[in-house]
Design a protein around this ligand. Structure first.
Ligand code: FE
Length: 258
């Protein structure tokens, strides 16, 4: 596991923990924000990476520091599966959309920690981390029905979860947007709910001061120009329901062979 410091102003740090877990699991990025002695882990992942990410997180926060928040952008297993371990070994509060609060316990939440899983209201909220306030911004239907992203005004990083994800790219930062876009296309067309949701997100994102867009899978977008290109691209995409209706809606499955 590699740890890359994306931002550090002395009291506020944003660290990327990169995981290339072998086998069938999709590559995932775990993000850690530390302000003073207080830490937040974003989308901590499943059981395969749990012990490595936990050890790296606690070491980065340091003695005397504390993990205060576990942010869950949505309810998928690559994000939530190990949440019981995080709550059992730390005093953190886990946050997930209020839509998923009663579903996440199916991953096996111990009774002792269940009160530390909190629902995020649909409109989002502000969350204190040390001396900084982070914005938990709505990104519903991108891709989950109850879906949030984290905007850090201090580092100007927007953590977009599955939005902007790419798979199997050999670089950490996107060097050339046009060459990179095909690596995102199929995933966004199938996993994102609709072009109108993407445009609504783009309208919100254009109002934010963003230096880095950091997805949970694949390469990140650094710099205003690259960020602008991503927002422009996403705002014109047809996805999900758009393509479903265009392709004739639902039908019985084709029979194979016989
Ligand atoms: Fe997902």
């Amino acid at each position: 596991m590699a740890a890359i410091v994306m931002f550090d102003d002395g009291s506020h740090r944003n660290v990327l923990l990169e995981d290339y877990s072998d086998g069938a699991a999709v590559q995932a990025n775990q993000h850690l924000i530390i302000d003073g002695r207080s830490g937040m882990i974003l989308d901590p992942g499943g059981h395969k990476v749990y012990s490595k990410v936990l050890a790296e997180t606690l070491q980065r926060i340091g003695a005397g520091g504390r993990l205060d928040h576990v942010f869950l952008s949505h309810q998928d297993p690559d994000i939530v599966a190990a949440v019981n371990g995080w709550l059992m070994t730390t005093d953190a509060i886990a946050h997930v959309s209020k839509l998923w609060v009663r579903f996440v316990p199916h991953f096996g939440l111990d009774r002792l920690v269940i009160d530390r899983l909190k629902g995020i209201p649909d409109a989002g909220q502000w969350m204190r981390l040390g001396d900084t306030e982070l914005a938990i911004v709505p990104a519903h239907f991108l891709h989950s029905a109850g879906n949030f992203q984290v905007y850090d005004p201090r580092s100007r990083i927007l953590y977009t979860g599955d939005l902007g994800a790419s798979v199997d790219v050999p670089y950490r930062e996107v060097p050339d947007f046009d060459a990179h876009a095909p690596n995102m296309l199929g995933f966004h067309q199938r996993y994102m709910a609709s072009g109108s949701a993407l445009r609504a997100w783009a309208d919100m994102a254009r109002g934010l001061d963003i230096e880095i867009i950091a997805p949970q899978h694949g390469a990140l977008f650094r710099g205003k120009e690259m960020v602008g290109k991503f927002i422009d691209w996403i705002s014109t995409l047809e996805a999900g329901i758009d393509l479903l209706t265009k392709n004739g809606g639902y039908a019985m499955p084709p029979r194979s062979g016989t």
